[in-house]
Design a protein around this ligand. Structure first.
Ligand code: URA
Length: 234
C-alpha cells in the first residue's frame, strides 16, 4: 500500500503538494470512485485516474549515476547539493534514493532507485555485495598492506573488517580495493589504520554494476535490461 498523493507524485507529473490539491478538488479517482482523502492508501495495482484519465502503473526506476565530488548522497539537505539535484524532471519527484552512500568527496558509481525492497536486499549486511574502489593514498602501499586487507584490517576503534582485496597499481600510491561491507568512511578508516590516508576515492563497481566509462562526472543513465537482471540475481 502507498499513499495516494505519493503515488500521483511518483509519476513525476505533480509534486506531492499539487497531488494533494488535485485530491482535495475531487479530481482523482481510485478504482473508478472519486477520492477526496489525502491520507488514502492505495494498493500497488489500484487503478488511479486524474480527471478520468489513468495515470498508468508507477513502475520502478533504476539509474546509474557518476557521482561527482561536492554533492551529498541524500535525497534532501538544507545546505548541500544532493545527488537528486543532478537529475532533470521528472526524476526528482519519483521517490528515488541512493542505494548506500558515498562520502561528499567520493566520486563514482551510485545506484539510484525507488525500489525499496531491492535496495534493502542489496544493503543487507549478510548479503556482502562486492564494492570496488580506485584509491589514492598519501604514502607508499606495500605487500604488508595487501596482506592486512586480505586478513581484515582492524580499525582504530577496534572494529575488525571483513577480508577484502587490495591490488596495487604502478607507483604503489594507488590501488583497487574491494570490500564487502559498507561501514561509515570504511576505506578512509582502513587506510588510516595503515597510516596511509586516502587522498582520492572513486567507486568503480557495485555488485555486478560497472561504472559506465561513457558517463562524465554528474552523468547518469537508466540501467540496461542485462544490468537489471544481474542485479536481481545478487
Ligand atoms: N569508504 C569511504 O571511506 N568513503 C566512501 O565514500 C566509500 C567507502
Amino acid at each position: 500500500m502507498e499513499r495516494l498523493d505519493k503515488r500521483l507524485a511518483s509519476t513525476g507529473r505533480w509534486s506531492r503538494k499539487e497531488a494533494r490539491e488535485l485530491i482535495r478538488a475531487g479530481r482523482v479517482q481510485v478504482q473508478g470512485q472519486v477520492c477526496r482523502s489525502i491520507d488514502q492508501k492505495v494498493e500497488e495495482d489500484a487503478l488511479v485516474a486524474v480527471d478520468g484519465a489513468s495515470i498508468g502503473a508507477a513502475g520502478p526506476v533504476y539509474l546509474m549515476l557518476h557521482k561527482p565530488a561536492g554533492v551529498v548522497s541524500a535525497t534532501e539537505d538544507r545546505e548541500e547539493k544532493t545527488v537528486l539535484d543532478l537529475l532533470p524532471d521528472p526524476y526528482p519527484a519519483m521517490g528515488l534514493f541512493p542505494v548506500g552512500r558515498l562520502d561528499k568527496d567520493t566520486e563514482g558509481l551510485l545506484l539510484l532507485t525507488n525500489d525499496g525492497p531491492l535496495a534493502h536486499r542489496l544493503l543487507a549486511p549478510k548479503r556482502h555485495v562486492d564494492k570496488v574502489y580506485y584509491v589514492e593514498v598519501d604514502g607508499i602501499l606495500d605487500q604488508q598492506d595487501v596482506e592486512a586487507v586480505s586478513q581484515g584490517i582492524v580499525l582504530r576503534d577496534g572494529y575488525q573488517c571483513l577480508p577484502g582485496k587490495l591490488e596495487l597499481l604502478e607507483g604503489n600510491t594507488s590501488a583497487y580495493i574491494t570490500i564487502r561491507e559498507g561501514k561509515y568512511h570504511q576505506i578512509k578508516r582502513m587506510m588510516a589504520a595503515r597510516g596511509k590516508p586516502v587522498s582520492y576515492l572513486k567507486r568503480i563497481r557495485f555488485g555486478p554494476l560497472q561504472l559506465d566509462p561513457q558517463l562524465d562526472k554528474g552523468g547518469w543513465r537508466a540501467l540496461t535490461q542485462e544490468e537489471l537482471q544481474e542485479l536481481f540475481r545478487q
